[in-house]
Design a protein. Structure first.
Lengths: 131, 390
């Protein structure tokens, strides 16, 4: 296991626009934004859809399943970590980390599932681990 | 309206320093401005347009305008990271074509080494009001190097690109840097040395990364009637393009860069093709940056960049597409972590016939300079200019 030590995670800054996302994360749920006008999911979440510019967007609970689009293990960091983009089952790709795994065995398109990791004084961060 | 032929690059200067412990940031801006104006045969009082980006101290252009005693009637401080200065060349031409200025000065300076900045390996918080993306990215630890590395990882996955192919880009840069007395790294390296250097963030090794240097540079862009009166070889701007590529609301595709759009726009305006280009100055923050931009600018098919750069194809004298003959950011200079300006400088040297004789491209009459700024894997600005010797 290449991941041994614990990494301290900075707290995300929460705004009124994204409060629901972080409240859900605290309850172990991953939300994504869906536009009811064009039907598309997007990430990171906005009030106005970045595709059709409609303000008819709503929060939807994601399945928490996805695949690794790309990743890179930051070997040079004091505690190495795996930076990644995960493609959610719902469609959008999100910046995240892959955790609780052997970094040397990661692969693009590998199935993963969401886990939540505590931050330093803020809501937890959705991350992913091999499914 | 097109900017084709509406402006010329009349003066250039690259600061010789790579470590500026005893020079202030403002001082470097002024030194490079002075150098480029002297190169052109112009004076400070001829300057009526001033362009700078986020590296300049103060709010937009104002502090530097005051420090240097300029009286511009046109200013532009668009910041697209390291690509800003390539973009500024295009904007300067637009301003000149519209009659808003006749002598445009562009400056860049930075001191990341003197300031002990952890440039590529520590996530950068911007401070102040968070950007809308910040809570969804910053806590995960995106750094300069790992976000470029993710592009390389996906490129390898989709197209079978290898670490050895990427290494050829550094090898080519090092072949050129040996002739540049100011280059930070002057030793020629081998593919084996690149791939056996320590991994910083998979799959990028230390030698896949550019240098971290202090310094700066300046460019003077002038109207045709000014260029006609000057004694320097004439370098004409014939095409310019810019683009901002993002994560597209979650539809991010790491296999291409904004060069796909800025390049196409610049080539269309110039009325030339990639195959016409004699010299390519390509932003080289990392080896992968070069490979993707070459594909996106149209020098080879998407996914074939690995084969294109291998076996010395980018080395002047032997390769089909000589690139970054000053050693580029990979070996010579990446002042202030912003390498776009120095790309324009080497393109101008090549077109003037003033590159080092060992790397001067024969009959170099058409060149491209391209910059990428920000983060290739998160969001970045792209700017392309096509330059012609008259």
């Amino acid at each position: 296991m290449a991941e041994a030590k614990e990494r301290k995670l900075a707290a995300p800054s929460v705004s009124q626009e994204t409060e629901a996302y972080w409240d859900a994360a605290a309850k172990g749920k991953l939300l994504v934004k869906k536009c009811t006008a064009c039907g598309q999911f997007h990430h990171y979440p906005r009030t106005i859809c970045p595709f059709c510019f409609s303000d008819k967007t709503e929060w939807v609970e994601a399945s928490g399943k996805g695949t690794i689009y790309s990743y890179s293990v930051m070997r040079r960091a004091p505690v190495p970590y795996a930076m990644a983009y995960v493609t959610l089952a719902e469609g959008p790709r999100m910046v995240t980390n892959i955790v609780d795994c052997d970094f040397d065995k990661l692969k693009c398109e590998q199935p993963v599932k969401v886990v939540f990791k505590p931050t330093d004084g803020g809501p937890p961060l959705p991350m992913f681990t091999p499914a | 309206m097109s900017i084709k032929g509406k402006a010329y690059i009349a003066g250039i200067y690259e600061h010789p320093t790579r470590l500026a412990k005893d020079i202030s940031l403002a001082q470097i801006h002024a030194q490079v401005a002075k150098g480029a104006l002297e190169d052109a045969g112009l004076t400070k009082d001829d300057v009526d347009g001033y362009f700078c980006a986020g590296d300049a101290p103060g709010l937009g252009p104002m502090s530097m305008v005051e420090y240097m005693g300029l009286k511009p009637r046109h200013v532009d401080s668009t910041d697209t990271g390291g690509s800003s200065y390539v973009l500024h060349v295009g904007h300067a031409a637009e301003a000149i074509a519209a009659g808003k200025c006749k002598v445009a000065l562009i400056t860049l300076a930075g001191r990341p080494r003197a300031e002990g900045m952890a440039t590529g390996t520590v996530p950068r918080s911007r401070g102040g009001t968070p950007t809308p993306d910040e809570p969804f990215e910053f806590p995960y630890g995106p750094t300069v190097v790992n976000m470029y590395a993710m592009c390389a990882m996906r490129h390898m996955y989709e197209f079978g690109t290898t670490a050895e192919q990427l290494a050829w880009i550094k090898v080519a840069a090092s072949h050129h840097a040996q002739y540049n007395p100011h280059a930070l790294l002057k030793d020629v390296v081998t593919v084996e040395e690149v791939v056996s250097s320590p991994v910083i963030s998979d799959p990028l090794h230390r030698l896949d990364c550019c240098v971290i240097t202090d310094g700066g540079g300046a460019i003077v862009v002038v109207a045709p009637e000014i260029a006609a009166k000057l004694k320097r070889p004439k370098v004409r701007l014939i095409g310019a393009g810019e683009f901002v590529k993002t994560q597209m609301g979650g539809k991010v595709d790491l296999t291409y860069s904004g060069a796909r759009f800025s390049g196409a726009a610049a080539f269309a305006e110039a009325g030339v093709k990639p195959s016409d280009i004699k010299f390519a100055a390509i932003y080289d923050s990392f080896t992968i940056t070069v490979l993707m931009q070459l594909e996106d600018l149209g020098f080879c098919e998407k996914g074939k960049g690995g084969a294109f750069v291998a076996d010395g194809n980018l080395i002047a004298g032997t390769g089909k597409l000589p690139f970054n003959t000053d050693g580029g950011g990979l070996c010579s200079n990446h002042p202030g972590n912003r390498g776009g300006l120095t790309k324009v400088l080497e393109a101008v040297r090549q077109l003037r016939g003033e590159a080092h004789p060992k790397v001067q491209v024969k009959n170099c009459d058409l060149a491209v300079a391209h910059g990428t700024g920000g983060s290739l894997g998160l969001r970045h600005g792209s700017a392309t200019v096509i330059l012609e010797r008259e």
